[in-house]
Design a protein around this ligand. Sequence first.
Ligand SMILES: [Cu+2]
Length: 119
Amino acid sequence: MRLLVPLAFLLLLAACDRGTTPPATPPAEASASGTATGLRQVVLSVPGMTCAACPITVRKALEGVDGVSRAMVDFDSKTAVVLFDPARTSIDALLAATTNAGYPATVAETAPGKAGSPS
Ligand SMILES: [Cu+2]
C-alpha cells in the first residue's frame, strides 16, 4: 500500500488550510556544494507554521528562489536557515518568497559579516 504515503502527504497539505497549491516545479539545480565561497546564510523567523506540512511549503518556496543553495526549515523553532548567493538573490527576495507562499517571515539572524552579538 504505497499509495498511503502520498495520500497522507496530501492530507497534511490540505490540513494547512492555506489555500495555496504547492509549486510543482522541481528545484532548479541540485548543486550540493555547500562549500562554495560567496554564499551567505540567514535565519528567518517563520511564525506562521502551524503544522508539520508547513515547513515543506516554506522550504519549497525558498528553494524556488533563484540563487538559493539550500533551505532548512525547522518546525519546532519556527525558523528557516537559508544558504544563498547574495550576488543572485537577496534577503528581501527570500522574505517575499515565503510571504507569497502564505508565510510572512522576518529576519531572525544573519551570518556574521562583522562582529555581531556573540551570545
Ligand atoms: Cu501546515
